[in-house]
Write a protein that binds this ligand. Structure first.
Ligand code: ADP
Ligand code: MG
Length: 401
């Protein structure tokens, strides 16, 4: 059933696929009646799929299946950092952390009467929560009282900060609004504590982008004095409460660095690609189609990259450093003549060569680099092809409760 994948690259063994991981979580949730039926897909974001579902009591809920690592990382500027990160945790693990974290936030916020969905259950990378009877703010054309809605949202952001938290993604995609113009805030895995070094910047960005959105889309012309971060007084530290709920420092560190990577992608390319193609620039991102449960729409089904595939990466060590060498040797122009230890550098040695020797050397170097690059491309392409052929979503070895 493609729940496991027989891995023969570098080692002989089996790994759990994304689909396998979905099955394990859904089985656990259905055993305890948290879900008994699944309906349409309500949303597909860059890091999660959201489905309509029903509990054993016939209650309408949603399940949010976290899928970290789905976005393409080809645009990340410092790829070596990203590769380093790849070694530290699998995407299934990070998806599970995202779900655990979101569930913990939902519980804490619901307990403190924030306008959020009611948390119902969580297993592995899936969160079950109440279905909000509303639409994302992006889809709303008109509001009866935009100033009131804007003020409510700004005050939610301030109250969150008073409780030690910054949403970090408080925009029109993560705000649902019903017919009475009541708001519900969703999507919490990236939320940070106000003790985070960048909390102030995130807080201000949340407030400013909300205010800007209301001005542009709903013609809000009221001047609203945005609250300064320094004016916010912390009352109840919910961040500590959340971190105490199954989220140790190790997990937080791993998770935050993954989130940071995602933010980097968003900023670099102004929005993330959901698909990764099988390679132009030597980066080993391959595509495997995944068939999610009964959505009935193969085209919409998520396209996964092989971000957690250590086998593939292991075969391509030279890709990592590829960007540093320059075929024409111009990198050396920037070098100082002497290293800090006083030894002459390559540039200094080169200055003693005749121009003929230099041009011969450069030509040889160019040929060598071109050969290297061609063979690197071939390896990447053939690996990518194999990957597509397997038509399996990527997984990892662990994930059993
Ligand atoms: P992502 O991390 O992918 O952005 P979100 O939590 O923002 O995930 O959910 C994606 C979409 O799913 C939302 O824009 C919304 O349309 C829908 N959605 C999410 N949670 C709920 C909910 N509790 N009730 C109704 N719709 C929801
Ligand atoms: Mg969202």
């Amino acid at each position: 059933h493609k729940l496991l994948h027989h891995e023969q690259r570098g080692y002989d063994g089996y790994r759990l696929t994304n689909l396998g991981y979905d099955y394990l979580a859904l089985a656990a949730l259905s055993k305890r009646d948290s879900i008994t039926r699944i309906g349409n897909r309500l949303g597909v974001g860059k890091e999660a799929d959201v489905y309509h579902a029903e509990t054993g009591d016939g209650e309408h809920v949603v399940i949010k299946i976290h899928r970290l690592g789905r976005t393409s990382f080809r645009a990340v500027k410092d790829k070596r950092d990203y590769h380093k990160h790849r070694h530290s945790a699998s995407w299934l693990y990070l998806s599970r952390l995202a779900a655990t974290r979101e569930y913990a936030f939902l519980q804490a916020l619901h307990k403190h009467s924030f306008p959020v969905p009611v948390p119902i259950d969580c297993n592995r990378h899936i969160v079950v929560m109440s279905l909000v009877d509303g639409y994302p703010l992006t889809q709303i054309r008109e509001l009866g009282d935009p100033a009131k809605v804007c003020n409510t949202l700004l005050s939610v952001a301030v109250r969150l900060a008073e409780h030690g938290l910054v949403h970090c993604d408080l925009n029109e995609f993560n705000i649902l609004i019903d017919d009475e113009e009541e708001v519900t805030v969703i999507d919490f895995p990236q939320m940070v504590s106000t003790s985070h070094p960048d909390a102030q910047a995130y807080f201000q960005r949340d407030l400013e982008s909300l205010y800007k959105f209301f001005r542009h889309k709903f013609g809000l012309d009221e001047e609203i004095q945005l609250v300064e971060y320094s004016e916010v007084k912390r009352t109840e530290p919910l961040d500590v409460e959340v971190e105490a709920s199954g989220f140790g420092e190790k997990e937080l560190g791993e998770f935050e660095s993954a989130i940071q990577t995602h933010r980097g992608v968003d900023q670099d390319q102004g929005g993330a690609e959901v698909e990764s193609d099988s390679d132009k620039d030597g980066e080993a991102e391959a595509v495997g189609g995944s068939s999610t449960r009964g959505s009935g729409n193969a085209a919409e089904d998520s396209v996964q990259n092989s971000a957690d595939d250590k086998g593939l990466q292991g075969n391509l060590p030279e890709v990592k450093g590829g960007g540093d060498e320059q075929a024409d040797g111009t990198a050396e122009k920037n070098h100082k003549a002497q290293s800090p230890t006083g030894e002459p550098t390559t540039a200094a040695v080169q200055r003693k060569m005749t121009s003929l020797e230099i041009s011969q050397k450069v030509r040889k170097q160019r040929e060598k680099n071109a050969k290297k690059q061609a063979s690197r491309r071939n390896v990447v392409k053939s690996e990518a092809k194999k990957k597509v052929k397997s038509e399996l979503t990527e997984g990892a070895f662990w994930g059993y409760d």
